[in-house]
Design a protein around this ligand. Structure first.
Ligand code: NAD
Length: 354
């Protein structure tokens, strides 16, 4: 049987690199598109070239293309040169704070870049499966409208019916999103449309906090990766508002890619799924700090800033029941302790070899 061909955009980033390694191990011919724009967004700490070098060392059938997803001509040439069976679209401007400073670039990368890829897929390989990594920020502040109660170290949903978190029925309009949330919502809607209108096998994952050792964590993006980096380097960590009790659910990039694999084996047209670590992998910033301190044996220097980030969720837990019901074989395999210890080990190693 001829080997399958996959295109991964954002292939030097957290999720993209996990997908590259995974599908390379499965014997796919893997093509990565990444122009290291994370370095332009976030400066040297966001540089992903170390991860590209690593991928080139550990993979068998991986080719890298230094293409900007805004460049339709370059994408056209790439899509003409081979037929893709699967597109895993992870390239993005990923920070909601950063989008405020670069609204046009944010929209061009997140919204237009996604349409460029959807349209290239539609014209050149309409049978391919297309995965979009969307975000829980498409719900804007709507999840903050749920009644909450304040516990000692975290905010918690006050009503028992909200215990499992936010599901896909949460509304996405009439709310403040941040410009990033709005550009990602545009991409999310267009991807749904290519699935529903053209009958393409499109899947949209609205991510909670996606994490893992391959993140080039920076203050504006990469919650746990950045927290561990600061703890190990001894620099300052800033908490913005909500008393540090804001809650995130965390999912390891391995479990994200295994969800992608499940969808690829049994695709649907234009489905939307919330994808996160769920209740079992939820943690507040204060709780995460104390866990990192415990596991590294180092005290974190943190400072509290009263003003919260605009468009930030207070308590966000992904309800992953819909995906689990469509793909009952999928499960979370990395708990919080595994995630923390892997990120800590990796950062310690990186610091030693720096
Ligand atoms: N990490 C999270 O917590 C999280 C949460 C929800 C959703 N997501 C979404 O998941 C996807 C992957 O996130 P990630 O954490 O792996 O991000 P990442 O920043 O680690 O990786 C994205 C990669 O895309 C590349 N890139 C950016 N703009 C590009 C462009 N114009 N052309 C080509 N390449 C470009 C970057 O250089 C980077 O290597 C993104 O769409 C993000 O919005 C992430």
């Amino acid at each position: 049987m001829a080997s399958k061909t996959v295109l991964v955009t954002g292939s030097s980033g957290l999720v993209g690199s996990e997908a590259v390694e995974h599908f390379d191990r499965q014997g796919y011919e893997v093509h990565g598109v990444d122009n290291n724009m994370r370095r332009i967004f976030f400066g040297d700490p966001g540089d992903t070239s170390w991860n590209l070098d690593r991928l080139l060392r550990v993979t068998q059938k991986f080719s890298h293309h230094d293409i900007d997803i805004r460049d339709r001509v370059a994408l056209e040439t790439l899509f003409r040169s081979r037929r893709f069976d699967l597109i895993v679209h992870c390239a993005a401007q990923p920070s909601h704070d950063k989008a405020r400073d670069i609204p046009i670039i944010d929209f061009e990368v997140n919204a237009l870049g996604t349409v460029n890829l959807l349209e290239a897929t539609h014209r050149h390989c309409p049978e391919a499966v297309f995965i979009l990594l969307s975000t829980n920020k498409v719900y804007g502040d709507a999840p903050n409208e749920l009644p909450l109660e304040e516990l000692e170290t975290r905010w918690e949903y006050a009503r028992p019916e909200d215990y499992n978190g936010i599901n896909e029925n949460c509304r996405i309009d009439h709310t403040l999103h941040s410009l990033f949330g709005a550009s990602k919502a545009s991409a999310d809607l267009m991807a749904q449309e290519y699935g529903r209108y053209f009958g393409m096998k499109v899947c949209i994952f609205r991510g909670g906090c996606l994490t893992g050792p391959s993140h080039s964590g920076v203050e504006l993006h990469g919650f746990l990766s950045y927290l561990v980096k600061v703890a190990i380097s001894g620099s300052n960590y800033y908490i913005f508002g909500y008393k540090g009790k804001q809650v995130r659910d965390n999912i390891h990039s391995h479990d994200v890619v295994s969800a992608i694999e499940q969808f690829v084996a049994n695709p649907r047209c234009g489905e939307v799924y919330n994808l996160g670590g769920g209740r079992q992998n939820s943690i507040s910033i204060l709780e995460a700090i104390s866990k990192v301190e415990q596991m590294t044996g180092k005290k974190l220097n943190w400072k509290y800033v009263e003003e919260n980030r605009r468009g930030d969720h207070i308590c966000y837990i992904s309800d992953i029941a819909k995906f689990k019901s469509h793909y009952p074989q999928w499960k979370i395999t990395f708990g919080l302790d595994d995630i923390f210890s892997q990120i800590i080990a990796d950062h310690t190693q990186r610091q030693r070899s720096a």
